[in-house]
Write a protein that binds this ligand. Structure first.
Ligand code: 26V
Length: 801
């Protein structure tokens, strides 16, 4: 009988397991030991479905997806797994009987932060939806020993600390050392013509590591399906380790999987990053090929049985590596191999920022991956031939894989894929009309849109049980497996009783956040104030600057005019900056310095507070987002590919205060303009201003008194004595022309903020708007997104048990 059949049985087995694992009485074990024991029990319990899933896939020859991503921001899994397995209540009650609170165990788990931001969290949401919808979908990534840095704020500035997420090991993983794979780097390639007249190559590498997989079960919500997230670690390869200079070899092996790259701000070639990219691509593919051949006689049918999705260009070496395997190891002719590759691989683009489109110097790629480089050259040569043949050599500069000494990874991804998608309607349109338009003339059918989504299981049911239970009471629980059913709430949005109940839930969540802020930062916040939240990576284009400029303006206005007072408002910020992104770090400093001042000013602090919550992560988001009244989504139009925080906030009822950018556009489509607060320049306005070179931020500075007051305060000692403290910001918005139109949008933003305040004063209407946001958020469940990928790109069938 399984340990979770009844509360009593659970209590008995839990005590037994803990005591057996640690060789001491249960009463003498620590919470860490109990957490680890519970984790083990859950994983073992999940094993039977894990096995059943693998067997079902084999038996029915179900097509499988492999999601290749350099990042997976999984967060904590204890409660998530318990809920998906349907044993959460049993465990909670059992623990209670033992005088324990599940929260104490939850807190022990590290937040698995193997990623930077939206792209990594999207991968994690997709894993949850795939399993919950009964698709065979596996993740493939690196087992980084340290997550993205932990952020502390010291003297108002960001300090980066190591994130030792494996401190207590990882209860969810299973180490599979016997499935190790060799990955080869550097050296040189020999070529000769064999007896059959075929060109044969032989790679003599100068660095070889063993990639070893760690598998984590990904448990579907109330389904049997249990998929695999495979994380590859690097180990010494005993047989090929170089003689002499052993320490350098050991260091190089260790470095390979040490860190998540925190630098999504510096594009310049970092060799180690390229090594990481090839490392997990090579290992992941080798496992796919091996398991395919265990079931099927050849690789001819790979595209019918395997789909590979590239999460951005980071894993794009899948394309030449799969060509290498097919041609060098399985003797395929180039054209046949190319068909298989193109039929198998699809690519998702996640940014239009030119500086973020990956490029590697040809020299680096050639040196580090000599055989792969030869294949890329051949791909480029044949592609160029095709383009010439179509009489389109004029566009060659924009579509070339190799150009001016660089490998253009996005171009390689497009050439080698059968599908290229953007992540929101507007973003996909910009890809087609602008960024990749020359590819569109050649192969228009390649391009499509898949608007992002978030798993409503984590971002509603798990992180906001209070709201979930109100929804259950109102519309039943169908929305849990069919999130579009949240629409049923539309029938009740006018109901003042429900409105009041909803406001009560929101207040409870604000109190939880307030308690967290008090405990971790010792700041008092007023739960009756408007909770206005901006949480996301710190980037100039996301314009945290616009938000803090408005705060500065409000404060200065209240100081100047004692009759001017706003409706009480607390501005929450939470954001990490890449360690080498100096402007972003200066913005963090500005926010914190402003916070120190306004929070401690007795004249105004009953109206205005600013809180910068350190270490934005999945766990912080789970506390912050349910408490939000206002969701700040204020990027420069055209720059935010989609955003996914916007969807999480919406699902928890917050009003979107945003520009028409990314998925905000679709949020407005869903809720109607009157249920969002939209301001600012549109993409077309911005394109026009750029094209005509008609934007001059100085004009705004000169003609707009409030803007001038704010900008001057950066340098005149108003906030800090150091006149240079905010020089980068000052230069950015004035002398360097304000690339992201902060000053141009300031007026509209400030008016929109005033409008938000007026709306909030009308409590019933406000509650109604929030309820409509929740009701319409079902579209943004990643279940919808995954269904679209599954039917339109991957061609997956559901697993049959
Ligand atoms: C952006 C930038 C912008 C400025 C300079 C350097 C740089 C480097 C990297 C990036 C972002 C890389 C890809 C990424 O994380 N994109 C995010 O993907 C999310 C999931 O699709 C999406 O919601 C976000 O809008 C998008 O920024």
């Amino acid at each position: 009988m399984n340990s979770f059949n009844s509360e009593a049985l659970f209590v008995e087995r839990f005590k037994e397991t803990t005591s057996d694992m640690y060789g001491r009485d249960f009463e003498d074990t620590s919470n860490v030991e109990r957490y680890l024991a519970l984790g083990n029990m859950i994983r073992e319990y999940a094993n039977s479905n894990w096995k059943a899933t693998k067997n079902a896939v084999k038996k029915h020859q179900t097509k499988q997806l492999y999601y290749f991503s350099m990042e997976f921001l999984m967060g904590r899994l204890l409660t998530n797994n318990l809920m998906n397995l349907g044993i959460y209540d049993t465990v909670c009650e059992g623990l209670k009987e033992l005088g324990m609170d599940i929260n104490d165990l939850e807190e022990i788990e590290s937040d698995a932060g193997l990623g930077n931001g939206g792209l990594g969290r999207l991968a994690a949401c997709f894993m949850d939806s795939l399993a919950s919808l009964n698709y065979a979908g596996n993740g493939n990534c690196i087992r980084y020993h340290y997550g993205l840095f932990k952020q502390k704020i010291e003297n108002d500035e960001q300090v980066e600390m190591p994130d030792c997420w494996l401190k207590y090991g990882n209860v969810w993983e299973v180490w599979k050392p016997y499935h190790g794979v060799r990955v080869k780097f550097g050296g040189y390639v020999d070529g000769y013509i064999n007896e059959q007249g075929k060109f044969v190559t032989f790679h003599h590498p100068d660095f070889v590591v063993r990639a070893v997989p760690y598998d984590e079960p990904i448990i579907g919500y109330h389904t049997k399906t249990t998929n695999t997230l495979r994380l590859w670690d690097a180990e010494v390869d005993e047989d090929t380790a170089p003689t002499g200079n052993l320490n350098k070899y050991l260091d190089d092996v260790t470095a390979l999987t040490a860190n998540v790259y925190p630098d999504d701000s510096t594009p310049e070639g970092k060799e180690l990053r390229l090594k990481q990219e090839y490392f997990f691509v090579c290992a992941g593919l080798s496992q796919i090929i091996e398991s395919h051949l265990r079931v099927y006689p050849s690789l001819d049918n790979l595209p019918e049985k395997v789909a590979i999705q590239l999460n951005d260009t980071h894993p794009v070496l899948v394309i030449p590596e799969l060509m290498r395997i097919l041609c060098d190891e399985y003797d395929y002719e180039w054209d046949d191999a190319w068909k298989i590759v193109k039929g198998t691989v699809a690519y998702t683009n996640h940014t239009v920022m030119a500086e973020a489109l990956e490029k590697w110097s040809q020299e680096t790629v050639q040196k580090l991956l000599p055989r792969i480089y030869m294949i890329i050259e051949e791909i480029d040569r044949r592609w160029k031939f095709e383009v010439d043949h179509l009489g389109l050599c004029a566009i060659y500069p924009n579509v070339a894989v190799l150009r001016e000494g660089q490998v253009h990874m996005a171009n390689l991804a497009i050439v080698g894929s059968h599908s290229v998608n953007g992540v929101a309607k507007l973003h996909s349109k910009i890809l087609v009309d602008d960024v990749f338009k020359d590819f569109v003339t050649i192969e228009p059918s390649l391009f499509n849109n898949k608007t992002n989504g978030i798993t409503h299981r984590r971002w509603l049911m798990y992180c906001n049980p209070q709201l979930t239970s109100l929804l259950e009471d109102t519309i039943g629980d169908e929305f849990k497996t069919d999130p579009e059913k949240l629409q049923d709430l539309m029938a009740y949005v006018e109901d003042p009783v429900l409105q009041q109940k909803f406001m009560d839930v929101k207040k409870q969540r604000k109190q939880i956040l307030a308690d967290y802020i008090k405990k971790t930062m010792n700041i008092d916040v007023n739960v009756n104030s408007i909770f206005d939240c901006q949480s996301k990576r710190l980037h100039a284009y996301k314009r945290q600057l616009l938000n803090i400029f408005n705060v500065m303006n409000i404060y200065m206005h209240m100081k100047e005019d004692p009759n001017y007072r706003i409706y009480p408002r607390t501005f929450f910020f939470s954001a990490k900056a890449a360690p080498s992104y100096y402007l972003a770090k200066e913005i963090i400093k500005l926010i914190n310095i402003v916070a120190d001042r306004v929070n401690n000013d007795p004249e105004t602090n009953e109206f205005l507070k600013v809180v910068f919550i350190p270490n934005y992560s999945v766990s912080v988001a789970e506390i912050l987002i349910p408490a939000a009244d206002v969701s700040e989504q204020i990027s420069t139009a055209g720059k935010e590919a989609s955003g996914t925080g916007n969807m999480k906030y919406m699902m928890n009822g917050a009003l979107t205060l945003g520009t028409l950018d990314g998925a905000n556009v679709e949020i407005v489509d869903q809720v109607g303009e009157e249920n969002a607060e939209i301001f600012g320049l549109h993409v077309e306005d911005i394109n026009h201003l750029k094209h005509e070179q008609a934007y001059h931020s100085w004009d705004y500075y000169r003609s707009h008194d409030e803007i001038r007051r704010v900008i001057d305060s950066l340098r005149n000692g108003y906030w800090t004595k150091d006149p240079d403290a905010f020089r980068l910001i000052y230069n950015d918005v004035l002398t360097q022309g304000d690339e992201f139109f902060v000053l141009a949008d300031f007026g509209g933003y400030s008016r929109a903020q005033t409008h938000v305040e007026a709306r909030y004063r009308d409590t019933n209407n406000w509650a109604r708007t929030m309820l409509i946001n929740i009701a319409k958020s079902g579209y943004f469940s990643s279940d919808r997104t995954i269904e679209e990928y599954a039917s339109q790109i991957w061609n997956l069938d559901k697993i049959v048990f």
